[in-house]
Design a binder for this molecule. Structure first.
Ligand code: 2P0
Length: 351
């Protein structure tokens, strides 16, 4: 089941003698959604998912081993992290330390370029960059598959940000031991020849979400009668999506992505109590996407754990799509992204 990715993203120990490394990773948007875990501890998902890594808003993270320190020190965008944000990073470092058989604390300094309150999740780029920088600083030699598995433990969607352009995250083996399941759940690149897409992002609300995606997923799996049917249909969506990507058929890619996302939101609306991320402004943007299609422009929407809308279209239509979506909005902002690169270490001399 292991994919053949000989590329070693994390170089061997001798390259990192200083115990310090800096990595960059970009966010990704799922076209086939990850929604629901079957194992919270190992972050094993219920369904396969497929995403596009973006070329905007990278996270840059430096990890430096600190032999003199008593505890890990975590700084996010120049501010010392506390509470849950810090605990998630420390728990992740503990995983890396266990793999590396080292106990040293670390200093983590992470800069996220998503404008504050842009309403775009940063856990994917954040944990992909942290995984790569921490693995290198602690002297782990990991290939891309192992790095994706490690990033997954920080945040599920981070497993996909290890790769550029399109990536498929395997849910992995549902039977067998925990180790077998862990080994089988990783992302890998998916070729999409002939596709020249853009993603127009309508930020309709930049505020924090009322329900975290972690809690919303849990509630949906536990209580929504629509969850299982969606999870089953997502398998067909993925099969169709792979064919559409292979053919470079943007209209088919968009149609499948839109139905998969609307289905995911239907599962949440049917949860008890309901989780509703879609706002009136979301529906207004969805109307403008329908209008674009009526006007002959292939444009398709996807939404995540929030009210913002991402519109997949041809690169050559991106300006028109952005203008149309913007004119439908009474507030917020519109950004355009293209497929972006996978996670990478910065060379020593640029640190
Ligand atoms: C996705 N989302 O596939 C889905 C679609 C949101 C909606 O991945 O609990 O931050 O850290 O594994 O990755 C958001 O969830 O969740 C997400 P955890 P994550 O992009």
């Amino acid at each position: 089941m292991h994919a053949d990715h000989p590329t070693t993203l994390v170089p061997p120990l001798e390259d990192n003698l200083a115990g310090r490394a800096t990595a960059v990773a970009h966010p990704n948007i799922a076209l086939i959604k990850y929604w629901g875990k079957r194992d919270e501890q190992l972050v094993l998902p219920r369904v396969d998912s497929l995403s596009m890594t973006l070329d905007i808003f990278p996270t840059t993270t430096c990890v430096r081993l600190a032999p003199q320190a008593e505890h890990d020190q975590v700084t996010l965008n120049g501010e010392v992290a506390r509470g849950q944000a810090r605990e998630r990073v420390v728990a992740f470092l503990d995983l890396v330390r266990a793999q590396a058989r080292k106990k040293l604390p670390a200093v983590v300094d992470s800069e996220n370029t998503v404008p504050t309150g842009a309403g775009l999740a940063s856990s994917a780029s954040g944990f992909a960059a942290l995984a790569l920088a921490a693995a290198a600083a602690y002297g782990l030699t990991l290939d891309a598959t192992a790095l994706s598995r490690l990033a997954r433990r920080g945040s599920g969607s981070a497993s996909r940000s290890v790769f550029g352009s399109f990536a498929l995250w395997h849910a992995g083996l549902a039977t067998g031991t925990a180790t077998e399941a862990d080994l089988s759940s990783y992302a890998e690149p998916v070729p999409a020849p002939g596709l020249d897409p853009a993603l127009v992002i309508a930020v309709v609300d930049a505020g924090p979400k009322a329900v975290s995606s972690r809690e919303a997923m849990r509630r949906t799996v536990d209580t929504s009668p629509l969850y299982e049917p969606w999870a089953r249909s997502s398998k067909d969506d993925l099969k169709d999506m792979r064919t559409a990507l292979d053919r470079g058929d943007l209209a088919a890619v968009g149609e499948i992505a839109e139905r998969n996302a609307l289905g995911m939101h239907a599962t949440m609306l049917a949860a008890r109590p309901a989780v509703r991320y879609l706002a009136p402004a979301t529906l207004t943007v969805l109307d403008s996407v329908l209008q674009l299609r009526r006007d002959g422009i292939p444009a398709y929407a996807t939404m995540d754990a929030g009210p913002n809308v991402k519109v997949l279209c041809r690169r050559t239509d991106a300006r028109q799509v952005a203008d149309t979506v913007r004119s439908a909005m009474t507030a917020g902002s519109v950004l355009t992204a293209r497929p972006g690169p996978g996670a990478r270490l910065l060379p020593q001399d640029t640190r």
